[in-house]
Design a protein around this ligand. Structure first.
Ligand SMILES: [Fe+2]
Length: 494
Protein backbone atom coordinates (compact mmCIF):
# COMPACT_ATOMS: atom_id res chain seq x y z
CA UNK A 1 0.00 0.00 0.00
CA UNK A 2 1.34 3.42 -0.94
CA UNK A 3 1.45 5.76 2.03
CA UNK A 4 0.45 9.31 1.25
CA UNK A 5 3.19 11.64 2.45
CA UNK A 6 2.40 14.96 4.14
CA UNK A 7 4.88 16.63 1.80
CA UNK A 8 2.58 15.64 -1.13
CA UNK A 9 -0.58 16.64 0.78
CA UNK A 10 0.97 20.06 1.46
CA UNK A 11 1.65 20.59 -2.24
CA UNK A 12 -2.08 20.55 -3.08
CA UNK A 13 -3.33 22.02 0.23
CA UNK A 14 -1.37 25.25 -0.15
CA UNK A 15 -3.05 26.41 -3.42
CA UNK A 16 -6.45 25.31 -2.02
CA UNK A 17 -5.72 27.26 1.21
CA UNK A 18 -7.27 24.50 3.30
CA UNK A 19 -6.23 21.20 4.88
CA UNK A 20 -7.89 17.77 4.81
CA UNK A 21 -10.28 17.11 7.72
CA UNK A 22 -8.14 14.32 9.17
CA UNK A 23 -5.51 16.92 10.08
CA UNK A 24 -7.89 19.26 11.91
CA UNK A 25 -7.45 18.86 15.67
CA UNK A 26 -10.26 19.24 18.21
CA UNK A 27 -10.45 22.74 19.69
CA UNK A 28 -8.79 21.57 22.90
CA UNK A 29 -5.65 20.88 20.87
CA UNK A 30 -5.73 23.56 18.20
CA UNK A 31 -2.71 25.83 18.62
CA UNK A 32 -4.72 28.80 17.35
CA UNK A 33 -6.86 28.53 20.49
CA UNK A 34 -4.56 26.95 23.08
CA UNK A 35 -1.26 28.83 22.64
CA UNK A 36 -0.62 31.29 25.44
CA UNK A 37 0.14 34.81 24.21
CA UNK A 38 0.68 36.63 27.52
CA UNK A 39 4.08 37.41 28.98
CA UNK A 40 6.13 34.31 28.25
CA UNK A 41 8.45 32.94 30.92
CA UNK A 42 11.84 32.22 29.49
CA UNK A 43 12.72 28.58 28.90
CA UNK A 44 16.10 28.28 30.65
CA UNK A 45 19.28 28.66 28.63
CA UNK A 46 22.33 26.97 30.14
CA UNK A 47 25.93 27.86 29.32
CA UNK A 48 27.25 24.33 28.90
CA UNK A 49 30.80 25.62 28.66
CA UNK A 50 30.70 27.10 32.17
CA UNK A 51 34.08 26.17 33.73
CA UNK A 52 32.40 26.23 37.16
CA UNK A 53 30.96 22.68 37.28
CA UNK A 54 29.07 23.43 40.50
CA UNK A 55 27.27 26.29 38.83
CA UNK A 56 26.52 24.14 35.78
CA UNK A 57 25.08 21.41 38.00
CA UNK A 58 22.84 23.95 39.68
CA UNK A 59 21.61 25.44 36.39
CA UNK A 60 20.85 22.02 34.87
CA UNK A 61 19.25 20.79 38.09
CA UNK A 62 16.94 23.83 38.39
CA UNK A 63 15.92 23.59 34.72
CA UNK A 64 15.32 19.83 34.96
CA UNK A 65 13.17 20.20 38.05
CA UNK A 66 11.16 23.24 37.01
CA UNK A 67 10.89 22.81 33.23
CA UNK A 68 12.19 19.41 32.11
CA UNK A 69 13.46 21.28 29.05
CA UNK A 70 16.26 23.75 28.43
CA UNK A 71 18.54 25.01 25.71
CA UNK A 72 22.30 24.66 25.94
CA UNK A 73 24.78 27.05 24.36
CA UNK A 74 28.59 26.65 24.21
CA UNK A 75 28.02 22.89 24.00
CA UNK A 76 31.26 22.35 22.12
CA UNK A 77 29.82 20.91 18.89
CA UNK A 78 31.27 23.04 16.06
CA UNK A 79 28.63 24.98 14.14
CA UNK A 80 29.78 23.52 10.82
CA UNK A 81 29.12 19.99 12.13
CA UNK A 82 25.52 20.95 12.89
CA UNK A 83 25.16 22.86 9.62
CA UNK A 84 26.29 19.78 7.64
CA UNK A 85 23.86 17.55 9.56
CA UNK A 86 21.06 19.96 8.63
CA UNK A 87 22.19 20.36 5.04
CA UNK A 88 22.27 16.64 4.21
CA UNK A 89 18.95 16.07 6.00
CA UNK A 90 17.29 18.90 4.09
CA UNK A 91 18.74 17.61 0.82
CA UNK A 92 17.33 14.16 1.51
CA UNK A 93 13.80 15.52 2.01
CA UNK A 94 14.13 17.60 -1.18
CA UNK A 95 14.86 14.48 -3.26
CA UNK A 96 12.17 13.16 -5.62
CA UNK A 97 9.62 11.04 -3.77
CA UNK A 98 10.74 7.68 -5.26
CA UNK A 99 14.29 8.26 -3.99
CA UNK A 100 13.04 8.86 -0.44
CA UNK A 101 10.94 5.71 -0.60
CA UNK A 102 14.12 3.62 -0.98
CA UNK A 103 14.69 3.97 2.78
CA UNK A 104 11.00 3.81 3.74
CA UNK A 105 10.08 1.74 6.74
CA UNK A 106 8.02 -1.27 5.84
CA UNK A 107 4.68 -1.24 7.64
CA UNK A 108 3.61 -4.60 8.96
CA UNK A 109 6.88 -6.44 8.31
CA UNK A 110 7.91 -6.06 11.90
CA UNK A 111 5.76 -3.85 14.05
CA UNK A 112 8.78 -3.13 16.26
CA UNK A 113 10.83 -1.62 13.47
CA UNK A 114 10.88 2.11 13.88
CA UNK A 115 13.75 2.90 11.53
CA UNK A 116 13.24 4.31 8.05
CA UNK A 117 11.42 7.09 6.21
CA UNK A 118 7.77 7.38 7.22
CA UNK A 119 4.56 9.21 7.97
CA UNK A 120 2.19 8.54 10.85
CA UNK A 121 -0.67 6.37 9.67
CA UNK A 122 -4.13 7.29 10.83
CA UNK A 123 -5.18 4.99 13.65
CA UNK A 124 -8.92 4.87 14.44
CA UNK A 125 -10.25 8.31 15.32
CA UNK A 126 -6.80 9.78 15.78
CA UNK A 127 -5.95 12.88 13.81
CA UNK A 128 -3.01 12.92 11.42
CA UNK A 129 0.08 14.99 12.13
CA UNK A 130 1.56 17.47 9.66
CA UNK A 131 4.96 15.79 9.39
CA UNK A 132 7.05 13.25 7.51
CA UNK A 133 10.12 11.80 9.17
CA UNK A 134 13.17 9.61 8.92
CA UNK A 135 14.39 7.48 11.82
CA UNK A 136 17.69 5.66 12.14
CA UNK A 137 20.07 4.72 14.92
CA UNK A 138 23.38 6.57 14.99
CA UNK A 139 25.05 4.87 18.00
CA UNK A 140 26.37 2.41 19.15
CA UNK A 141 27.90 0.91 16.01
CA UNK A 142 26.28 -2.47 16.78
CA UNK A 143 22.81 -0.88 16.53
CA UNK A 144 23.35 0.98 13.25
CA UNK A 145 21.49 -0.33 10.17
CA UNK A 146 22.87 1.50 7.16
CA UNK A 147 19.96 0.22 5.04
CA UNK A 148 17.91 3.05 6.59
CA UNK A 149 20.55 5.73 5.99
CA UNK A 150 20.01 7.67 2.75
CA UNK A 151 22.68 7.02 0.08
CA UNK A 152 21.79 10.41 -1.32
CA UNK A 153 23.13 12.99 -0.74
CA UNK A 154 26.49 11.16 -0.72
CA UNK A 155 27.76 13.19 2.24
CA UNK A 156 24.81 12.01 4.38
CA UNK A 157 26.63 9.21 6.20
CA UNK A 158 29.79 11.15 7.06
CA UNK A 159 27.84 14.19 8.30
CA UNK A 160 25.72 12.00 10.61
CA UNK A 161 28.67 10.00 11.90
CA UNK A 162 30.63 13.12 12.77
CA UNK A 163 27.60 14.58 14.55
CA UNK A 164 27.12 11.34 16.52
CA UNK A 165 30.75 11.44 17.69
CA UNK A 166 30.37 14.98 18.99
CA UNK A 167 26.94 14.34 20.45
CA UNK A 168 28.27 11.47 22.59
CA UNK A 169 30.51 13.91 24.47
CA UNK A 170 27.59 16.26 25.10
CA UNK A 171 25.32 13.45 26.34
CA UNK A 172 28.04 12.03 28.61
CA UNK A 173 28.56 15.44 30.19
CA UNK A 174 24.81 16.00 30.45
CA UNK A 175 24.21 12.67 32.22
CA UNK A 176 27.12 13.35 34.59
CA UNK A 177 25.72 16.80 35.41
CA UNK A 178 22.21 15.39 35.93
CA UNK A 179 23.61 12.69 38.26
CA UNK A 180 25.47 15.27 40.32
CA UNK A 181 22.36 17.46 40.48
CA UNK A 182 20.56 14.51 42.04
CA UNK A 183 23.35 14.20 44.63
CA UNK A 184 24.71 11.04 43.00
CA UNK A 185 28.11 9.94 41.70
CA UNK A 186 28.77 11.38 38.24
CA UNK A 187 28.38 8.02 36.47
CA UNK A 188 25.23 6.88 38.34
CA UNK A 189 22.67 7.74 35.64
CA UNK A 190 24.76 6.61 32.70
CA UNK A 191 25.47 3.28 34.40
CA UNK A 192 21.76 2.82 35.15
CA UNK A 193 20.77 3.36 31.51
CA UNK A 194 23.23 0.96 29.93
CA UNK A 195 26.58 2.80 30.00
CA UNK A 196 28.19 2.52 26.58
CA UNK A 197 25.15 0.54 25.36
CA UNK A 198 22.92 3.63 25.58
CA UNK A 199 21.21 3.82 22.17
CA UNK A 200 21.06 7.00 20.09
CA UNK A 201 18.10 7.13 17.70
CA UNK A 202 18.03 10.08 15.30
CA UNK A 203 14.74 11.35 13.91
CA UNK A 204 14.50 14.00 11.24
CA UNK A 205 11.15 15.77 11.31
CA UNK A 206 10.07 17.52 8.12
CA UNK A 207 7.07 19.82 8.61
CA UNK A 208 6.05 21.30 5.24
CA UNK A 209 4.37 24.73 5.11
CA UNK A 210 0.72 24.43 6.11
CA UNK A 211 -2.12 26.76 5.05
CA UNK A 212 -3.88 26.36 8.42
CA UNK A 213 -1.24 26.11 11.18
CA UNK A 214 -3.87 27.28 13.66
CA UNK A 215 -5.85 24.03 13.28
CA UNK A 216 -3.24 21.28 13.17
CA UNK A 217 -0.08 20.06 14.86
CA UNK A 218 3.23 18.69 13.64
CA UNK A 219 3.46 16.43 16.67
CA UNK A 220 0.68 16.24 19.28
CA UNK A 221 1.38 16.64 23.00
CA UNK A 222 3.62 13.90 24.43
CA UNK A 223 6.55 13.28 26.72
CA UNK A 224 9.64 11.54 25.33
CA UNK A 225 10.17 7.94 26.39
CA UNK A 226 13.93 8.46 26.26
CA UNK A 227 16.46 9.14 29.00
CA UNK A 228 17.19 12.50 27.37
CA UNK A 229 16.51 13.91 23.92
CA UNK A 230 18.93 16.33 22.30
CA UNK A 231 17.32 18.33 19.50
CA UNK A 232 18.73 20.51 16.74
CA UNK A 233 16.01 22.76 15.28
CA UNK A 234 16.09 24.79 12.12
CA UNK A 235 15.33 28.51 12.29
CA UNK A 236 11.54 28.08 12.01
CA UNK A 237 10.08 28.03 15.53
CA UNK A 238 7.44 25.44 16.38
CA UNK A 239 8.31 23.70 19.65
CA UNK A 240 5.83 24.38 22.44
CA UNK A 241 6.19 23.41 26.09
CA UNK A 242 3.38 22.87 28.59
CA UNK A 243 4.00 24.58 31.93
CA UNK A 244 1.64 26.00 34.54
CA UNK A 245 -1.32 24.75 32.46
CA UNK A 246 -0.30 26.75 29.40
CA UNK A 247 1.39 26.13 26.08
CA UNK A 248 4.44 28.34 25.59
CA UNK A 249 6.52 28.82 22.44
CA UNK A 250 10.20 27.93 22.79
CA UNK A 251 12.27 30.67 21.27
CA UNK A 252 14.83 29.87 18.62
CA UNK A 253 18.43 30.42 19.73
CA UNK A 254 20.89 29.96 16.85
CA UNK A 255 23.33 27.07 17.44
CA UNK A 256 21.72 26.05 20.72
CA UNK A 257 20.75 22.42 21.41
CA UNK A 258 17.37 21.79 23.01
CA UNK A 259 17.50 19.23 25.84
CA UNK A 260 14.40 17.30 26.84
CA UNK A 261 14.35 15.37 30.11
CA UNK A 262 12.71 12.06 29.14
CA UNK A 263 10.51 9.59 30.99
CA UNK A 264 13.49 7.44 32.06
CA UNK A 265 15.08 10.31 34.02
CA UNK A 266 11.72 11.04 35.64
CA UNK A 267 11.56 7.38 36.71
CA UNK A 268 15.21 7.08 37.80
CA UNK A 269 15.00 10.32 39.79
CA UNK A 270 11.80 9.11 41.47
CA UNK A 271 9.99 12.15 40.08
CA UNK A 272 12.53 14.79 41.14
CA UNK A 273 13.06 15.73 37.51
CA UNK A 274 10.10 15.95 35.16
CA UNK A 275 9.66 14.54 31.70
CA UNK A 276 8.34 17.53 29.81
CA UNK A 277 5.03 17.62 27.93
CA UNK A 278 5.61 19.24 24.53
CA UNK A 279 4.20 19.47 21.01
CA UNK A 280 5.10 20.98 17.66
CA UNK A 281 3.24 23.59 15.67
CA UNK A 282 3.77 24.20 11.97
CA UNK A 283 4.30 27.32 9.86
CA UNK A 284 2.20 28.88 7.12
CA UNK A 285 5.05 29.79 4.79
CA UNK A 286 8.13 27.94 5.89
CA UNK A 287 9.29 24.38 6.28
CA UNK A 288 10.22 23.56 9.85
CA UNK A 289 12.75 20.79 10.38
CA UNK A 290 14.21 19.32 13.54
CA UNK A 291 16.75 16.63 14.37
CA UNK A 292 15.98 15.11 17.79
CA UNK A 293 18.22 12.30 19.02
CA UNK A 294 16.48 10.03 21.52
CA UNK A 295 18.97 8.46 23.95
CA UNK A 296 17.36 5.32 25.32
CA UNK A 297 18.43 2.30 27.36
CA UNK A 298 18.84 -1.05 25.58
CA UNK A 299 15.44 -2.77 25.26
CA UNK A 300 16.15 -5.39 27.94
CA UNK A 301 17.40 -2.91 30.54
CA UNK A 302 15.28 -2.78 33.69
CA UNK A 303 14.66 0.82 34.78
CA UNK A 304 13.21 1.86 38.13
CA UNK A 305 13.80 4.64 40.64
CA UNK A 306 17.42 4.66 41.87
CA UNK A 307 17.42 3.12 45.38
CA UNK A 308 19.53 6.01 46.75
CA UNK A 309 16.78 8.46 45.78
CA UNK A 310 13.93 6.27 47.03
CA UNK A 311 15.50 5.95 50.49
CA UNK A 312 15.86 9.71 50.65
CA UNK A 313 12.15 10.15 49.90
CA UNK A 314 10.86 7.19 51.81
CA UNK A 315 8.05 7.27 54.35
CA UNK A 316 10.57 5.70 56.77
CA UNK A 317 12.71 8.84 56.58
CA UNK A 318 9.69 10.96 57.28
CA UNK A 319 8.61 8.69 60.15
CA UNK A 320 12.06 9.01 61.73
CA UNK A 321 11.99 12.78 61.44
CA UNK A 322 8.55 13.01 63.05
CA UNK A 323 9.59 10.66 65.91
CA UNK A 324 12.75 12.70 66.51
CA UNK A 325 10.74 15.90 66.78
CA UNK A 326 8.47 14.37 69.43
CA UNK A 327 11.34 12.68 71.20
CA UNK A 328 13.13 16.01 71.66
CA UNK A 329 10.23 17.26 73.73
CA UNK A 330 10.33 14.15 75.93
CA UNK A 331 14.10 14.37 76.47
CA UNK A 332 13.93 18.10 77.29
CA UNK A 333 11.30 17.44 79.94
CA UNK A 334 13.21 14.44 81.28
CA UNK A 335 16.47 16.40 81.67
CA UNK A 336 14.62 19.24 83.37
CA UNK A 337 13.00 16.81 85.79
CA UNK A 338 16.32 15.10 86.53
CA UNK A 339 17.97 18.49 87.15
CA UNK A 340 15.27 19.48 89.57
CA UNK A 341 15.52 16.09 91.30
CA UNK A 342 19.18 16.87 91.95
CA UNK A 343 18.23 20.22 93.47
CA UNK A 344 19.47 22.15 90.45
CA UNK A 345 18.00 24.70 88.04
CA UNK A 346 15.79 22.98 85.45
CA UNK A 347 18.22 23.63 82.60
CA UNK A 348 21.39 22.63 84.49
CA UNK A 349 21.82 19.13 83.04
CA UNK A 350 20.81 20.05 79.50
CA UNK A 351 23.23 22.99 79.46
CA UNK A 352 26.22 20.88 80.53
CA UNK A 353 25.50 18.13 78.01
CA UNK A 354 25.55 20.51 75.07
CA UNK A 355 22.12 22.17 75.11
CA UNK A 356 20.73 22.05 71.59
CA UNK A 357 23.91 20.25 70.48
CA UNK A 358 22.94 17.10 72.41
CA UNK A 359 23.28 14.29 69.88
CA UNK A 360 20.53 11.72 69.26
CA UNK A 361 21.74 8.37 67.92
CA UNK A 362 19.08 5.85 66.94
CA UNK A 363 19.90 2.16 67.03
CA UNK A 364 17.53 -0.47 65.72
CA UNK A 365 18.11 -3.86 67.35
CA UNK A 366 16.76 -6.90 65.53
CA UNK A 367 16.91 -10.12 67.53
CA UNK A 368 15.68 -13.05 65.41
CA UNK A 369 14.02 -16.06 67.12
CA UNK A 370 16.66 -18.24 68.77
CA UNK A 371 16.34 -22.02 69.40
CA UNK A 372 18.36 -21.77 72.67
CA UNK A 373 17.49 -18.47 74.37
CA UNK A 374 18.64 -20.05 77.64
CA UNK A 375 22.26 -20.14 76.41
CA UNK A 376 22.81 -16.81 74.66
CA UNK A 377 22.17 -13.08 74.94
CA UNK A 378 21.08 -10.41 72.50
CA UNK A 379 23.21 -7.79 74.21
CA UNK A 380 25.47 -8.69 77.17
CA UNK A 381 25.45 -6.77 80.45
CA UNK A 382 26.47 -3.13 80.12
CA UNK A 383 25.63 0.38 81.16
CA UNK A 384 24.85 3.01 78.52
CA UNK A 385 27.50 5.61 77.83
CA UNK A 386 24.83 8.18 77.04
CA UNK A 387 23.27 10.91 79.16
CA UNK A 388 19.95 9.16 78.87
CA UNK A 389 18.64 6.47 76.54
CA UNK A 390 15.00 6.42 75.46
CA UNK A 391 13.93 3.02 74.18
CA UNK A 392 10.87 1.86 72.25
CA UNK A 393 10.50 -1.95 72.53
CA UNK A 394 8.25 -4.20 70.48
CA UNK A 395 5.87 -6.55 72.30
CA UNK A 396 8.43 -9.34 72.74
CA UNK A 397 10.01 -8.94 76.21
CA UNK A 398 13.77 -9.32 76.61
CA UNK A 399 15.20 -6.42 78.61
CA UNK A 400 16.68 -7.46 81.98
CA UNK A 401 17.94 -5.18 84.74
CA UNK A 402 20.51 -5.96 87.44
CA UNK A 403 19.45 -4.86 90.89
CA UNK A 404 20.25 -6.17 94.37
CA UNK A 405 22.62 -8.70 92.75
CA UNK A 406 19.88 -10.24 90.65
CA UNK A 407 18.67 -10.07 87.01
CA UNK A 408 15.04 -9.06 86.66
CA UNK A 409 12.82 -9.11 83.56
CA UNK A 410 11.37 -5.73 82.60
CA UNK A 411 7.69 -6.12 81.88
CA UNK A 412 6.31 -4.91 78.55
CA UNK A 413 3.89 -2.01 78.89
CA UNK A 414 2.25 -1.13 75.58
CA UNK A 415 3.13 2.39 74.39
CA UNK A 416 5.53 3.03 77.27
CA UNK A 417 9.01 4.39 76.68
CA UNK A 418 11.87 2.84 78.66
CA UNK A 419 14.29 5.40 80.09
CA UNK A 420 17.86 4.43 80.97
CA UNK A 421 19.95 6.72 83.09
CA UNK A 422 23.31 6.69 81.31
CA UNK A 423 26.88 7.01 82.51
CA UNK A 424 26.93 10.77 81.89
CA UNK A 425 24.15 11.41 84.40
CA UNK A 426 25.97 9.17 86.92
CA UNK A 427 29.08 11.30 86.38
CA UNK A 428 27.29 14.67 86.42
CA UNK A 429 25.36 13.76 89.55
CA UNK A 430 28.61 12.63 91.14
CA UNK A 431 27.09 9.19 91.64
CA UNK A 432 23.75 10.24 93.10
CA UNK A 433 21.95 8.68 90.13
CA UNK A 434 23.08 5.31 88.82
CA UNK A 435 23.68 4.19 85.29
CA UNK A 436 21.76 0.90 85.17
CA UNK A 437 23.45 -2.42 84.35
CA UNK A 438 21.20 -4.21 81.85
CA UNK A 439 21.19 -6.88 79.14
CA UNK A 440 18.88 -8.38 76.53
CA UNK A 441 17.60 -11.94 76.29
CA UNK A 442 16.12 -13.61 73.24
CA UNK A 443 12.90 -15.39 72.40
CA UNK A 444 12.47 -18.93 71.07
CA UNK A 445 9.64 -18.19 68.62
CA UNK A 446 9.45 -14.45 68.13
CA UNK A 447 11.60 -11.65 66.79
CA UNK A 448 12.33 -9.02 69.37
CA UNK A 449 13.06 -5.53 68.14
CA UNK A 450 13.92 -2.35 69.98
CA UNK A 451 14.63 1.25 69.01
CA UNK A 452 16.89 2.88 71.62
CA UNK A 453 17.93 6.50 71.05
CA UNK A 454 21.18 7.36 72.83
CA UNK A 455 21.36 11.04 73.78
CA UNK A 456 25.02 11.95 74.10
CA UNK A 457 26.95 15.18 74.63
CA UNK A 458 29.37 16.64 72.12
CA UNK A 459 31.26 18.24 75.05
CA UNK A 460 33.44 17.68 78.10
CA UNK A 461 31.66 16.01 80.99
CA UNK A 462 32.62 15.94 84.69
CA UNK A 463 30.72 16.04 87.96
CA UNK A 464 28.75 19.25 88.39
CA UNK A 465 30.69 21.43 90.83
CA UNK A 466 27.53 22.15 92.84
CA UNK A 467 27.15 18.43 93.55
CA UNK A 468 30.84 17.81 94.26
CA UNK A 469 30.84 20.56 96.85
CA UNK A 470 27.82 18.99 98.44
CA UNK A 471 29.62 15.63 98.59
CA UNK A 472 32.97 17.32 99.17
CA UNK A 473 34.82 15.03 96.78
CA UNK A 474 34.70 14.23 93.10
CA UNK A 475 34.18 10.55 92.32
CA UNK A 476 34.68 10.94 88.58
CA UNK A 477 37.19 12.52 86.24
CA UNK A 478 36.14 15.30 83.92
CA UNK A 479 36.75 14.38 80.29
CA UNK A 480 35.49 14.84 76.77
CA UNK A 481 32.66 12.52 75.87
CA UNK A 482 34.56 11.13 72.93
CA UNK A 483 37.48 10.21 75.24
CA UNK A 484 35.07 8.58 77.66
CA UNK A 485 33.57 6.64 74.76
CA UNK A 486 37.01 5.60 73.52
CA UNK A 487 38.06 4.34 76.97
CA UNK A 488 34.86 2.43 77.53
CA UNK A 489 34.77 0.79 74.10
CA UNK A 490 38.41 -0.23 74.43
CA UNK A 491 37.91 -1.36 78.03
CA UNK A 492 40.40 1.20 79.35
CA UNK A 493 39.99 2.77 82.80
CA UNK A 494 37.51 5.66 82.65
FE1 LIG B 1 9.33 14.78 21.68
Amino acid sequence: MEVERVQAIASFSIPADTIPAEFIRPETEQPGITTYHGPVPEIPTVDFGDPDQENLVRMVSDASREWGLFQIVNHGIPNEVIEKLQKVGREFFELPQEEKETVARKPGVNSFTIEGYGTNLKKGDEKKSWVDFLFHNIWPASRVNYQFWPKNPPAYREANEIYAQHLKGVVDKLLKTISQGLGLEGNAIKDAVGGEELEYLLKINYYPPCPRPDLTLGVPAHTDMSVVTVLVPNEVPGLQVFKDDRWFDAKYIPNALIIHIGDQIEILSNGKYKSVLHRTTVNKEKTRMSWPVFCSPPAEMVIGPLPQLVIEDSPSKEANEIYTQHLKGVVDKLLKTISQGLGLEGNAIKDVVGGEELEYLLKINYYPPCPRPDLTLGVPAHTDMSVVTVLVPNEVPGLQVFKDDRWFDAKYIPNALIIHIGDQIEILSNGKYKSALHRTTMNKEKTRMSWPVFCSPPTEIGPLPQLVIEDSHSKYKTKKYKDYEYCKINKLPH
